[in-house]
Write a new protein. Sequence first.
Length: 86
Amino acid sequence: MKPQVWDTIQKFKGEGRNEKLENLVHFALFERSAIQKEIDQLEETRESLQQEIEEYRNLIGKLKRVEWGVNDLLMIADGIEKGENK
């Protein structure tokens, strides 16, 4: 437990507020746990999205290579067609 938290607990103990303070500490710990779970879920989502982005980048790369191949074939076909017309 952090020293500040412990000092606060000790301060309230003398004032008869120990139970209320303990409830607040438990609530804070519960909230921290819930927030940590949300952070973990967001981290998983981020990792999943990064994987999807990488997959899309790979697909875009493949698509560009196919496009270049098609353009090469069109140029070859155009050259053959021009050669036949001479």
